[in-house]
Ligand binder design. Sequence first.
Ligand code: HEC
Length: 245
Amino acid sequence: MMKYLYKSMKIRIFAFAAIAVLLLAACDDGRIYNEVAVDTTGQSARLTATITGLDHWTDNYTVSLAGFAEGDDYASISKAVRANADGQVSMTLNNIPDQVTSVRLCVLDRLRRNVVTFSEVATEGVRDTIRLELGTVDASMLNAIQQGYLNTTCANCHGASNHAAAGLNLTAGKSYAALVGVASRKVEGHQLVAPGNAAESVLHMVLHNEHVEGISMNHFDLVSEKNAELILPLIDSWIDGGAEQ
Ligand code: HEC
Protein backbone atom coordinates (compact mmCIF):
# COMPACT_ATOMS: atom_id res chain seq x y z
CA MET A 1 0.00 0.00 0.00
CA MET A 2 2.73 2.42 1.10
CA LYS A 3 4.71 1.42 -1.89
CA TYR A 4 1.75 2.08 -4.18
CA LEU A 5 1.10 5.54 -2.68
CA TYR A 6 4.74 6.44 -3.03
CA LYS A 7 4.70 5.38 -6.65
CA SER A 8 1.57 7.37 -7.53
CA MET A 9 3.03 10.46 -5.83
CA LYS A 10 6.16 10.05 -7.83
CA ILE A 11 4.10 9.97 -11.00
CA ARG A 12 2.24 13.08 -9.90
CA ILE A 13 5.45 14.92 -9.08
CA PHE A 14 6.80 13.91 -12.43
CA ALA A 15 3.62 15.11 -14.18
CA PHE A 16 3.72 18.39 -12.23
CA ALA A 17 7.34 18.93 -13.16
CA ALA A 18 6.61 18.17 -16.80
CA ILE A 19 3.76 20.68 -16.89
CA ALA A 20 5.93 23.28 -15.15
CA VAL A 21 8.68 22.78 -17.72
CA LEU A 22 6.17 23.09 -20.56
CA LEU A 23 4.73 26.28 -19.06
CA LEU A 24 8.17 27.76 -18.54
CA ALA A 25 9.13 26.87 -22.08
CA ALA A 26 5.97 28.55 -23.35
CA CYS A 27 6.71 31.72 -21.35
CA ASP A 28 10.29 31.69 -22.48
CA ASP A 29 9.15 31.40 -26.08
CA GLY A 30 7.03 34.51 -25.57
CA ARG A 31 9.95 36.48 -24.23
CA ILE A 32 12.27 35.47 -27.06
CA TYR A 33 9.61 36.43 -29.57
CA ASN A 34 9.27 39.88 -28.05
CA GLU A 35 12.97 40.46 -28.29
CA VAL A 36 13.11 39.39 -31.93
CA ALA A 37 9.98 41.23 -33.01
CA VAL A 38 10.70 44.53 -34.76
CA ASP A 39 9.68 47.82 -33.22
CA THR A 40 6.72 49.23 -35.01
CA THR A 41 5.14 52.62 -34.90
CA GLY A 42 1.87 50.90 -35.73
CA GLN A 43 1.76 53.12 -38.78
CA SER A 44 -0.28 52.06 -41.82
CA ALA A 45 -0.15 52.74 -45.52
CA ARG A 46 -3.23 52.79 -47.69
CA LEU A 47 -3.15 52.17 -51.45
CA THR A 48 -6.08 53.09 -53.66
CA ALA A 49 -5.67 52.77 -57.43
CA THR A 50 -6.83 51.09 -60.57
CA ILE A 51 -4.07 48.68 -61.45
CA THR A 52 -3.86 46.81 -64.74
CA GLY A 53 -1.39 44.19 -65.94
CA LEU A 54 -1.24 42.08 -62.74
CA ASP A 55 -2.38 38.91 -64.56
CA HIS A 56 0.64 37.99 -66.64
CA TRP A 57 3.40 38.14 -64.06
CA THR A 58 5.61 35.03 -63.81
CA ASP A 59 5.59 33.45 -60.31
CA ASN A 60 9.08 34.58 -59.34
CA TYR A 61 7.84 38.17 -59.01
CA THR A 62 5.15 39.87 -56.94
CA VAL A 63 3.66 43.29 -57.47
CA SER A 64 3.55 44.53 -53.89
CA LEU A 65 2.88 47.36 -51.51
CA ALA A 66 6.11 47.40 -49.52
CA GLY A 67 8.09 49.39 -46.95
CA PHE A 68 11.84 49.98 -47.21
CA ALA A 69 14.48 51.29 -44.82
CA GLU A 70 16.84 53.98 -46.10
CA GLY A 71 19.31 52.52 -48.60
CA ASP A 72 17.92 48.98 -48.27
CA ASP A 73 16.85 47.13 -51.44
CA TYR A 74 15.10 44.42 -49.43
CA ALA A 75 11.57 45.09 -48.25
CA SER A 76 11.15 45.33 -44.46
CA ILE A 77 7.45 44.59 -44.88
CA SER A 78 5.33 43.78 -47.91
CA LYS A 79 1.93 42.63 -49.06
CA ALA A 80 0.97 41.33 -52.51
CA VAL A 81 -1.35 43.58 -54.51
CA ARG A 82 -4.64 42.02 -55.62
CA ALA A 83 -7.15 43.79 -57.81
CA ASN A 84 -10.84 43.06 -58.31
CA ALA A 85 -12.23 42.27 -61.77
CA ASP A 86 -12.26 45.97 -62.68
CA GLY A 87 -8.64 46.42 -61.62
CA GLN A 88 -9.59 48.31 -58.49
CA VAL A 89 -7.23 48.03 -55.55
CA SER A 90 -7.95 49.21 -52.05
CA MET A 91 -5.58 47.77 -49.48
CA THR A 92 -3.76 48.59 -46.25
CA LEU A 93 -0.30 47.68 -45.06
CA ASN A 94 -0.37 47.61 -41.24
CA ASN A 95 2.29 47.63 -38.51
CA ILE A 96 4.98 49.25 -40.58
CA PRO A 97 8.35 48.85 -38.82
CA ASP A 98 10.09 51.94 -37.42
CA GLN A 99 13.04 51.84 -39.77
CA VAL A 100 10.87 52.17 -42.88
CA THR A 101 11.44 55.48 -44.67
CA SER A 102 9.51 54.86 -47.89
CA VAL A 103 6.46 52.92 -48.99
CA ARG A 104 6.31 51.79 -52.62
CA LEU A 105 4.08 50.19 -55.16
CA CYS A 106 6.78 48.02 -56.65
CA VAL A 107 7.91 44.67 -57.99
CA LEU A 108 9.67 42.31 -55.58
CA ASP A 109 11.64 39.22 -56.54
CA ARG A 110 11.67 35.97 -54.51
CA LEU A 111 14.18 37.45 -52.04
CA ARG A 112 11.86 40.44 -51.59
CA ARG A 113 14.34 42.69 -53.38
CA ASN A 114 12.98 45.79 -55.09
CA VAL A 115 13.31 45.19 -58.83
CA VAL A 116 11.22 48.09 -60.20
CA THR A 117 9.31 50.90 -58.50
CA PHE A 118 6.05 52.20 -59.96
CA SER A 119 5.37 54.77 -57.24
CA GLU A 120 6.90 55.87 -53.95
CA VAL A 121 5.95 57.94 -50.90
CA ALA A 122 8.30 59.03 -48.10
CA THR A 123 7.04 58.21 -44.61
CA GLU A 124 8.93 61.02 -42.86
CA GLY A 125 6.69 63.61 -41.31
CA VAL A 126 3.53 61.64 -42.02
CA ARG A 127 1.69 61.38 -38.70
CA ASP A 128 -1.39 59.39 -39.64
CA THR A 129 -1.96 56.94 -42.50
CA ILE A 130 0.50 57.11 -45.42
CA ARG A 131 -1.61 57.47 -48.54
CA LEU A 132 -0.86 56.29 -52.05
CA GLU A 133 -3.72 57.48 -54.25
CA LEU A 134 -2.40 56.65 -57.67
CA GLY A 135 -5.20 56.79 -60.21
CA THR A 136 -4.49 54.28 -62.97
CA VAL A 137 -1.24 52.31 -63.02
CA ASP A 138 -0.05 49.88 -65.70
CA ALA A 139 1.78 47.31 -63.56
CA SER A 140 2.42 44.82 -66.37
CA MET A 141 5.79 43.10 -66.82
CA LEU A 142 6.26 45.01 -70.07
CA ASN A 143 5.68 48.35 -68.39
CA ALA A 144 7.97 47.42 -65.48
CA ILE A 145 10.74 46.78 -68.03
CA GLN A 146 9.84 49.93 -69.96
CA GLN A 147 9.67 52.23 -66.95
CA GLY A 148 12.43 50.58 -64.95
CA TYR A 149 14.92 50.19 -67.76
CA LEU A 150 14.24 50.96 -71.43
CA ASN A 151 13.19 54.57 -70.76
CA THR A 152 16.32 55.42 -68.85
CA THR A 153 19.03 53.28 -70.46
CA CYS A 154 18.01 52.56 -74.03
CA ALA A 155 15.48 55.03 -75.39
CA ASN A 156 18.02 57.85 -75.82
CA CYS A 157 19.60 56.12 -78.79
CA HIS A 158 16.53 54.10 -79.75
CA GLY A 159 13.80 56.60 -80.59
CA ALA A 160 13.60 59.24 -77.84
CA SER A 161 15.56 61.70 -79.99
CA ASN A 162 14.89 62.01 -83.73
CA HIS A 163 16.91 58.93 -84.42
CA ALA A 164 16.25 55.27 -83.67
CA ALA A 165 19.52 53.31 -83.85
CA ALA A 166 19.17 50.19 -86.01
CA GLY A 167 15.62 51.36 -86.80
CA LEU A 168 14.63 50.04 -83.37
CA ASN A 169 12.26 52.22 -81.34
CA LEU A 170 12.34 51.36 -77.63
CA THR A 171 10.18 54.22 -76.30
CA ALA A 172 6.97 53.63 -74.31
CA GLY A 173 4.10 52.54 -76.51
CA LYS A 174 6.45 51.64 -79.38
CA SER A 175 8.82 49.06 -77.91
CA TYR A 176 6.43 46.09 -77.87
CA ALA A 177 5.60 46.26 -81.60
CA ALA A 178 9.26 46.94 -82.40
CA LEU A 179 10.57 43.94 -80.46
CA VAL A 180 8.18 41.04 -80.10
CA GLY A 181 8.25 38.58 -82.98
CA VAL A 182 10.27 41.03 -85.10
CA ALA A 183 13.24 39.76 -87.15
CA SER A 184 16.62 41.27 -86.28
CA ARG A 185 18.11 43.55 -88.93
CA LYS A 186 21.58 42.62 -87.73
CA VAL A 187 21.65 39.05 -86.49
CA GLU A 188 20.53 36.64 -89.14
CA GLY A 189 17.86 34.10 -88.31
CA HIS A 190 16.99 35.62 -84.92
CA GLN A 191 14.08 37.64 -83.59
CA LEU A 192 14.67 40.61 -81.32
CA VAL A 193 12.26 39.00 -78.84
CA ALA A 194 11.27 35.41 -79.58
CA PRO A 195 8.35 34.75 -77.18
CA GLY A 196 9.16 31.76 -74.94
CA ASN A 197 12.86 31.77 -75.81
CA ALA A 198 15.00 34.42 -74.12
CA ALA A 199 18.34 32.80 -74.98
CA GLU A 200 17.65 33.01 -78.73
CA SER A 201 16.40 36.61 -78.58
CA VAL A 202 18.72 39.39 -79.76
CA LEU A 203 17.50 41.57 -76.89
CA HIS A 204 18.96 38.99 -74.47
CA MET A 205 22.12 38.51 -76.54
CA VAL A 206 23.13 42.19 -76.64
CA LEU A 207 22.63 42.59 -72.88
CA HIS A 208 24.58 39.45 -71.91
CA ASN A 209 27.54 39.53 -74.32
CA GLU A 210 30.31 42.01 -75.04
CA HIS A 211 30.34 40.93 -78.64
CA VAL A 212 27.39 39.73 -80.70
CA GLU A 213 28.07 38.61 -84.26
CA GLY A 214 26.56 41.22 -86.61
CA ILE A 215 26.24 44.04 -84.07
CA SER A 216 28.99 46.67 -83.89
CA MET A 217 27.81 48.39 -80.71
CA ASN A 218 28.79 46.97 -77.31
CA HIS A 219 25.58 47.06 -75.25
CA PHE A 220 26.94 44.84 -72.49
CA ASP A 221 28.92 47.73 -70.98
CA LEU A 222 25.72 49.77 -70.60
CA VAL A 223 24.41 47.27 -68.05
CA SER A 224 25.21 48.23 -64.45
CA GLU A 225 26.00 45.51 -61.94
CA LYS A 226 22.71 46.12 -60.17
CA ASN A 227 20.69 45.93 -63.37
CA ALA A 228 22.53 42.76 -64.35
CA GLU A 229 21.28 41.24 -61.10
CA LEU A 230 17.76 42.64 -61.10
CA ILE A 231 16.59 43.76 -64.55
CA LEU A 232 18.18 41.18 -66.85
CA PRO A 233 16.48 38.25 -65.07
CA LEU A 234 13.19 40.19 -65.26
CA ILE A 235 13.59 40.65 -69.03
CA ASP A 236 14.43 36.94 -69.47
CA SER A 237 11.47 35.93 -67.33
CA TRP A 238 9.17 38.14 -69.40
CA ILE A 239 10.41 36.63 -72.69
CA ASP A 240 10.39 33.02 -71.42
CA GLY A 241 6.90 33.58 -70.00
CA GLY A 242 5.62 34.46 -73.50
CA ALA A 243 6.48 38.20 -73.73
CA GLU A 244 2.91 39.33 -73.07
CA GLN A 245 1.81 42.90 -73.55
C1 HEC B 1 24.70 54.79 -77.39
C2 HEC B 1 23.55 54.45 -78.19
C3 HEC B 1 22.80 53.19 -77.84
C4 HEC B 1 22.23 52.87 -76.64
C5 HEC B 1 22.24 53.66 -75.35
C6 HEC B 1 21.56 51.60 -76.84
N1 HEC B 1 21.74 51.17 -78.11
FE1 HEC B 1 20.98 49.49 -78.94
N2 HEC B 1 21.93 49.87 -80.66
C7 HEC B 1 22.69 50.98 -80.93
C8 HEC B 1 23.27 50.88 -82.25
C9 HEC B 1 24.16 51.91 -82.91
C10 HEC B 1 22.83 49.65 -82.78
C11 HEC B 1 23.16 49.05 -84.15
C12 HEC B 1 24.51 48.44 -84.08
C13 HEC B 1 25.00 48.01 -85.46
O1 HEC B 1 24.66 48.66 -86.45
O2 HEC B 1 25.69 46.99 -85.54
C14 HEC B 1 21.98 49.04 -81.76
C15 HEC B 1 21.35 47.82 -81.90
C16 HEC B 1 20.52 47.25 -80.96
C17 HEC B 1 19.82 46.00 -81.13
C18 HEC B 1 19.88 45.08 -82.33
C19 HEC B 1 18.83 45.45 -83.33
C20 HEC B 1 18.71 44.39 -84.41
O3 HEC B 1 17.95 44.63 -85.39
O4 HEC B 1 19.32 43.34 -84.27
C21 HEC B 1 19.12 45.79 -79.99
C22 HEC B 1 18.23 44.59 -79.65
C23 HEC B 1 19.38 46.89 -79.12
N3 HEC B 1 20.21 47.78 -79.73
C24 HEC B 1 18.84 47.04 -77.85
C25 HEC B 1 19.21 48.02 -76.96
C26 HEC B 1 18.78 48.05 -75.58
C27 HEC B 1 17.87 47.03 -74.92
C28 HEC B 1 19.37 49.13 -75.02
C29 HEC B 1 19.29 49.56 -73.58
C30 HEC B 1 19.97 48.68 -72.68
C31 HEC B 1 20.13 49.80 -76.05
N4 HEC B 1 20.01 49.09 -77.20
C32 HEC B 1 20.85 50.96 -75.84
C33 HEC B 1 22.88 52.06 -80.08
C34 HEC B 1 22.48 52.11 -78.77
